[in-house]
Design a protein around this ligand. Structure first.
Ligand SMILES: [Zn+2]
Ligand SMILES: [Zn+2]
Ligand SMILES: [Zn+2]
Length: 126
């Protein structure tokens, strides 16, 4: 068992070997099954963890504390979308609204649902 380095809070900021293997394996899959980058915003920062589509509800529960039955109201924090809906609707909402056309700015990781919005953002901000 390895000691944590002094000053570490135990937060894993680097991919370990398993994560890397997982990503390589996913990269070989059809596009629809490839992971996307979670855009759920927590205290001003996008989560940015790789998520596979059908594990998103688990990811929301484990990483973002979204718990309860399907009728529980959940606010979508995906790039500060802010829409409130049933928990059972949120995976579909995120898939349809935030993933089908996803364009991510290389500079600041902002996520856009339309190509021209990203283009406009890059022109204005970078
Ligand atoms: Zn996340
Ligand atoms: Zn949303
Ligand atoms: Zn940007």
């Amino acid at each position: 068992m390895a000691d944590l380095p002094c000053g570490s809070d135990g937060y894993n900021t680097a991919f370990n070997d398993d994560d890397e293997r997982m990503l390589l394996e996913y990269a070989a899959r059809p596009v629809k099954q490839q992971p996307y980058i979670c855009g759920w915003v927590i205290s001003g920062m996008a989560c940015s963890m790789p998520v596979i589509g059908n594990t998103f509800s688990t990811h929301l529960r484990d990483q973002h504390g979204v718990v309860g039955g399907g009728k529980v109201n959940v606010r979508c924090e995906w790039t500060k979308c802010g829409m409130v809906m049933n928990k059972e609707s949120i995976v579909r909402h995120v898939t349809e609204m935030h993933l089908e056309c996803k364009f991510i700015c290389d500079e600041c990781k902002a996520i856009f649902t339309r190509r021209h919005n990203l283009d406009r953002h890059v022109r204005k901000k970078h």
